[in-house]
Design a protein around this ligand. Structure first.
Ligand code: GLV
Ligand code: MN
Ligand code: MN
Length: 414
């Protein structure tokens, strides 16, 4: 790399202005954003990003999965594309950094490439991926690009088919368009993402940048425990077929199981819906949303089996029926060595400290990991808080991360 390139830096004020604008869509009084996929606020943020791309004179690109991007084409015809980006959707009542920062930083990197008329050997594309957070499907836009999305994923999404149809309609998308967004692996030069850590490791160790070595595998199921509705006052305790008992007992035992035998994994029961759901009716049915994550494939597979066996055993213990709906999974994904080395070298050039760490959160990089070299960097999250309006990262760290992204793009794309 020439010395001219290594002295390039992102424009901190411009990026802050852009981040402030992006954070205004769905802004909450607590300082976060509420932008679940295809909500009004999310649609506004998507529209804003498109306008920003067009007004800055970039080629705007969209695909059948609703991914939005700005592209700078390489002068070399038929070049593959290096994608950089993140997502503008959020979890309900989430923070403004998770996703939003990565999109804004990727776009700022593109502006620097454009302003400096950098000759690129690959196309560079700054992307906002559709439904990363899984309001509807999870890693939806990236899975579509990777060709990992199938009709069955759209037929039974974790956010419900009706909600998916409604969301796709609002964004002018359909099942057919989603499945057409696939790109050929040979057209992809790689994928890079800047993200907040969403944990405390960097903050505690006072290290500037985390270079992600692998992203955990994530699986989700809907478990339905089925008993029988009856009068809550007149049915004896012995006579009840109470669906809540299976669901509750499963939740507690799943925690014990993971804490004792699957120490590199986590399990979460994020939602239980009771039917009929009244003070004075024995619960006939509980729909339970189960998600678990593991860093290694072996543990991921074993935990999957163990949790399903546990659910069956708990249902049986309370004389309940059980239905199990598999809602999708993403395998644990190692990041590319080449990209990790490029990130480390960029950190060294910039005088920033760095360490290697795994990601317990899911990211679009894992959809693309088996197609092209992918990598992520993390910057410190204050108190490790994320998926909360209290999510916060010092602006200086955001700028550091964006500069590492810029310098890494220069290493890989020129
Ligand atoms: C996305 O942030 C997830 O890890 O659920
Ligand atoms: Mn994210
Ligand atoms: Mn998230």
């Amino acid at each position: 790399m020439t010395s001219t390139f290594s002295s390039l830096r992102i424009n901190s004020d411009r990026m802050l202005d852009s981040f402030t604008q992006a954070s205004s869509f769905g802004a909450t009084s607590e300082g976060g954003v509420n932008r679940p996929s295809f909500s009004e606020a999310h649609l506004q943020a998507r529209k804003w990003f498109r306008e920003q791309i067009e007004s800055a004179g970039f080629e705007f690109r969209t695909d059948g999965a609703g991914n939005h991007s700005a592209v700078i084409a390489s002068e070399t015809k038929q070049s593959p594309t290096l994608i950089i980006g993140s997502h503008l959707d959020s979890v309900p009542n989430g923070g403004k950094y998770d996703g939003g920062l990565g999109v804004v930083a990727a776009f700022e990197v593109l502006k620097i490439l454009q302003e400096n008329r950098i000759k690129l050997k690959v196309n560079v594309e700054a992307m906002d991926f559709t439904d990363e957070e899984g309001t509807l499907v999870g890693l939806l836009g990236s899975a579509a690009i990777a060709g990992h999305l199938h009709q069955k994923d759209l037929d039974n999404p974790r956010g419900g088919r009706e909600n998916l149809l409604e969301g796709m309609k609002c964004a002018g998308l359909s099942d057919e368009s989603m499945l057409s967004a696939k790109r050929k692996p040979e057209t992809l030069a790689g994928y890079l993402e800047l993200h907040i850590e969403q944990g405390k490791r960097l903050e505690k160790s006072k290290i500037n940048i985390g270079i992600v070595s692998a992203i955990v595998g994530i699986a989700s199921y809907r478990l339905t425990f089925i008993g029988k509705a009856n009068h809550a006052g007149t049915t004896t305790m012995e006579d009840r077929l109470d669906a809540s008992l299976g669901a509750s007992s499963f939740t507690l035992k799943a925690r014990e199981l993971v804490m004792s035998e699957y120490k590199n994994s986590v399990v979460n029961v994020g939602k239980m819906e009771f039917s009929p759901g009244a003070f004075n009716i024995v619960p006939a049915q509980v729909d339970l949303s189960l998600e678990f994550r593991s860093a290694t494939q072996d543990e991921f597979d074993k935990l999957d089996e163990a949790l399903i066996s546990l659910a069956k055993a708990e249902a049986q213990k309370f004389d309940l029926e059980l239905t199990i709906e598999f809602l999708g999974k993403h395998s644990p994904s190692p990041m590319s060595d080449k990209v990790q080395t490029a990130f480390a070298s960029a950190c060294d050039d910039l005088g920033l400290t760095h360490t290697s760490l795994t990601s317990g959160a899911g990211h679009d990089a894992q959809s693309l990991a088996d197609l092209c070299p992918v990598g992520m960097i993390f910057i410190p999250s204050i108190n490790g808080i994320s998926h909360s309006p209290k999510e916060f990262t010092e602006w200086e760290d955001c700028v550091n991360g964006a500069n590492v992204l810029l310098q890494t793009v220069l290493k890989l794309a020129t």
